[in-house]
Design a protein around this ligand. Structure first.
Ligand code: NAP
Length: 416
């Protein structure tokens, strides 16, 4: 029997496979999960019950997830003496689709961030964050319902590649000497230095994933967000390679902003075509506040995407509700987008919506859309009924405050 970290994979489940870029999911798929540290324990318990209830409700027993626990973070360290055991990475590589709670980032030690490590080790190159408002959720915006975007953030390169040298070290002096000497630059000798690699292949696969998603989900536009006016050969190139891809691979499906205005055109997008446009990152932050309904799918580089995802989440009610996924050609890891919120750990108070909505994304990715819909309906109704956890309760007049597990039970009760 197959095992990872010395723990056998449940015999009653079937392995998810990937064939020709498609995930093939049996009726009893083995899905590995990482519970997560701190409040991960609270939210995972509530979330798993919601997932099982949604699948049962949608398919009446003909489909069932076979859960398989794998370990990362503090729980892994306490059990195996490692923050990210090789068995965990191998399990996700083999079993293809996984879901995780938040993980404590080890302070010191070799790993900068477990999440970044997982993304890079498994080449999970798209970080996908759908952001939309759920009726009743308190928001700082007058019309939070106008924002409904899906952000594709490049997940493996840019300043997250981890190529940097600390100020004062022999290594950074060597780098500065090379740049100032051989490359004719003028970097102050007391600098730290970081490198921002952006590749053609990395940019293309991310933009390709965003456009494919837009086509499959019948979205209206894809916006390439970049800082190409300043960083021409990285951010500017990302934009250029994105437009090139439109012409070489998606000519029939897409039209660009230049094309709809060219030759006296009136800016009308031809019926059934996806508009591909680009915006400079700083302007995009204004646009998302002032004209949110003009944006749909967003494809962007790693750091821009990090900022934009959290800013959009704030517009619609905060990180407690935002789901996320890290997806590559062969694997997909769905995750809560907030941290471990350790001060609330084991108190049964935290909002489990982020990991629950990430689970709904996972079910859609598996082709189990009916179960995903049941979850989304359950959450929307529960919040609309003003039955909420502390974070939403403190901003909602007349709401009933419930704990994590009770909130999960309400979601199940409110499923269509
Ligand atoms: P955090 O855990 O996200 O918590 C910051 C604050 O956000 C909490 O105190 C709470 O605010 C609010 N919050 C977060 N999740 C919530 C939820 N589910 N429901 C309601 N409110 C929620 O950020 P942090 O304190 O900076 O990080 C703690 C640890 O998590 C660190 O080790 C960090 O490295 C790690 N981290 C992990 C991930 C990940 O695994 N994806 C992501 C980010 C951070 P109030 O106190 O106002 O209630």
């Amino acid at each position: 029997m197959q095992e990872f970290n010395g723990i056998p994979v449940p015999a009653e489940g079937a392995q998810v496979r990937v064939e020709g870029g498609r995930f093939i999911v049996a009726d009893n798929p083995i899905i590995p999960f990482i519970e997560g540290d701190g409040t991960g324990r609270d939210i995972w318990k509530a979330a798993q019950a919601v997932f099982d209830a949604a699948v049962e409700k949608a398919y009446g027993g003909s489909r069932k997830i076979v859960w398989y626990e794998i370990f990362a973070g503090e729980k892994a360290f306490n059990k195996f003496g490692e923050w990210l055991p090789q068995g965990t990475v191998d399990a996700v590589r083999e079993l293809k689709i996984a879901i995780k709670g938040p993980l404590t980032t080890p302070v010191g030690g070799g790993i900068r961030s477990l999440n970044v490590a997982l993304r890079q080790l498994l080449t999970l190159y798209s970080c996908i964050r759908p952001v939309k408002w759920h009726p009743g959720v308190p928001s700082p915006m007058k019309h939070p319902e106008k924002l409904d975007v899906v952000i594709f953030r490049e997940n493996t390169e840019d300043v997250y590649a981890g190529v940097e040298w600390e100020q004062g070290t022999a290594a950074v002096k060597k780098v500065i000497a090379f740049l100032n000497g051989e490359m004719g630059r003028n970097i102050l000798p007391d600098s730290g230095v970081g490198i921002k690699p952006i590749s053609i292949s990395g940019s293309r696969r991310l933009v390709r994933a965003a456009i494919r998603y837009a086509i499959a989900d019948k979205r209206k536009s894809v916006t390439l967000v970049h800082k190409g006016n300043i960083q021409k050969f990285t951010e500017g190139a990302f934009r250029d390679w994105g437009y090139e891809l439109v012409k070489t691979e998606f000519r029939g499906a897409c039209v660009t902003e230049d094309e709809i205005w060219a030759g006296g055109g009136d800016g009308t997008v031809p019926e059934g075509k996806i508009l591909v446009k680009d915006r400079i990152a700083d302007a995009m932050f204004q646009q998302l506040l002032l004209r949110p309904d003009e944006y749909d799918v967003i494809a962007t580089t790693n750091l821009n995407g990090d900022y934009i995802s959290d800013a959009c989440a704030a517009q619609t009610g905060g990180l407690g509700l935002a789901p996320g996924a890290n997806v590559g050609d062969e694997q997909a890891v769905f995750e809560a987008t907030h941290g471990t919120a350790p001060k609330y750990a084991d108190k049964d108070v935290i909002n489990p919506s982020s990991v629950i909505l990430s689970g709904a994304m996972m079910l859609r990715h598996m082709g189990w859309a009916e179960a995903a819909e049941a979850i989304e309906t359950g959450i929307t109704k529960t919040i609309a009924n003003k039955t909420v956890t502390y974070d939403l309760h403190r901003q909602m007049a007349g709401a009933t405050k419930v704990g994590t597990s009770r909130f999960g039970q309400e979601i199940v009760r409110n499923m269509a």
